[in-house]
Design a protein around this ligand. Structure first.
Ligand SMILES: Cc1ncc(C[n+]2csc(CCOP(=O)(O)OP(=O)(O)O)c2C)c(N)n1
Ligand SMILES: [Mg+2]
Length: 418
């Protein structure tokens, strides 16, 4: 893992970040240690929610600010975190979700056309990703899985850069420290440990940055996730564990991962857990801001379970009709994250036809740009695969490189291996 130096991070922060449109400031000057001491034993309302809903037979509560019909519902605890969101910012959240979905659809098509080897679609999870992504400050650090295209969008990673790895032409495609957005991680759950270690470092630096780790319902069964929960709790690390419970881990339903709602797991580790409607962008924004602010104040980790649904296949290699009924997807379609914000915007007279028409044109332009960029990606040097295996080289890698060179040279039309 490449980690930016403390000095570099500090200098970037003091230069002033381009905080997200809906970013919140936290109390300046509060040291983590002092705050932790003051609040260490305090029971938060989320803990209360967890305890209340742990009672046998009680339905887990879901933080929701927008109903599927787009109606704004009051929530005394989380409303303050979105009180300052302007109509323009609401339109911004809508735009983010629409463009992310358009990009995702383009990538799926490109895979079908043979331009990408594989694609992991985020269809249905736009609100969870845009809501949480827009809650972050620039100096916060993100550790994603392989499906966080919406979060990457919020961090300012050019979407075309996400596609190199899926085309097989590079090992990642972006510098993690340019946008504080780590490379996609395929080894399920491992990034929660990276995030925890990084967060422990941030705390030692004495800054009030926070760290967020994305993972899935399936990943919650991994030992790495359990270890990161333990470490972050014990060391009071400023990390938010953002679990997108999209109901499936490839063909395994969430019931195969847990006997209790996932957010309740946090209770056993000694930090709050909360379940949010993952198809409600406003609720995801509010809950993530709350959790990030806890981290900044030195109150340690939080588990956010964004309850959502993977509308598409696990990846383009998967066929979900083999293991789940279509009725399930149809039921979730009624809770579509984009549709619900559109209904809200329309009912509040925050938009007009011009806005939607312009966005449609912008979406098409994005699709075209992505298509052209992917087709223009140069093939890598065949020998690049031998680079960066070891920092100082290795005899076995040298031998394998030589064998591969001989193999390449054996082709009649060989150009020397490139
Ligand atoms: C350590 C490890 N074990 C198994 C896999 C194979 N694998 C890839 S995706 C996946 C399911 C992950 O499900 P979830 O955490 O719910 O995330 P989702 O794909 O639904 O976003 C598995 C088991 C892997 N990549 N890494
Ligand atoms: Mg899942």
């Amino acid at each position: 893992m490449t980690v930016e130096s403390t000095a570099a991070r500090k200098s970037r922060r003091s230069a002033g970040g381009k905080a997200g449109a809906t970013g919140t400031e936290t109390a300046a000057g509060t040291t983590r240690a002092a705050a932790a001491k003051a609040t260490g034993t305090k029971r938060t309302s989320a803990t209360r929610t967890t305890r209340a809903t742990a009672k046998k037979g009680a339905e887990p509560q879901l933080v929701q600010l927008l109903t599927p019909e787009g109606k704004r519902v009051k929530n005394a605890e989380y409303d303050p975190y979105v009180a300052g969101v302007t109509p323009e910012e609401l339109r911004g959240l809508y735009r983010d979700m629409v463009l992310t979905r358009r990009f995702d659809a383009e990538a799926t098509s490109l895979q079908r056309q043979g331009e990408l080897g594989l694609w992991a679609s985020l269809l249905g999870q736009e609100a969870a990703q845009i809501g949480s992504g827009r809650a972050l400050r620039d100096d916060d650090y993100v550790f994603p899985t392989y499906r966080e295209h919406g979060v990457a969008w919020c961090r300012g990673v050019d979407p075309t850069n996400l596609l190199g790895m899926f085309r097989g032409v590079n090992n990642g495609g972006w510098d993690p420290n340019s946008n504080n957005f780590h490379l996609y991680t395929i080894v399920i759950g491992s990034q929660t440990l990276h995030a925890t270690g990084y967060a422990m470092g941030v705390a030692k630096d004495g800054t009030d940055s926070a760290v967020i780790a994305y993972f899935g319902d399936g990943a919650s069964s991994q030992g790495d996730v359990a270890e990161s929960f333990t470490f972050s709790a014990v060391y009071n690390a400023p990390v938010v564990f953002f679990c997108q419970n999209n109901q499936w881990a490839i063909s395994e339903p969430t019931e195969k991962q847990t006997r209790v709602p996932l957010y309740q797991r946090a209770q056993g580790y000694g930090f709050p857990g909360v379940r949010v409607d993952g198809n409600d962008v406003l609720a995801c924004l509010a809950v993530t801001k709350w959790a990030l602010e806890r981290a900044r104040r030195g109150e340690g980790p939080t588990l956010v379970e964004a309850y959502t649904y993977r509308m598409g296949a696990h990846t383009t290699s998967d066929d979900p009709t083999r293991y789940r009924h279509d009725d399930e997807r149809v039921a979730w379609e009624a809770k579509d994250p984009i549709l619900r914000l559109r209904r809200h915007l329309e009912a509040s007279n925050h938009t007009d036809e011009g806005f939607f028409a312009e966005l449609e044109a912008e979406s098409e332009a994005l699709g075209r740009r992505v298509r052209e960029a992917v087709r223009a990606m140069p093939d890598p040097d065949h020998f690049a695969i031998f680079e960066n295996v070891y920092a100082d080289g290795h005899a076995l890698v040298d031998e394998e490189r030589a064998q591969f060179a001989a193999y390449q040279a054996s082709f009649a039309d060989s150009d020397g291996g490139n």
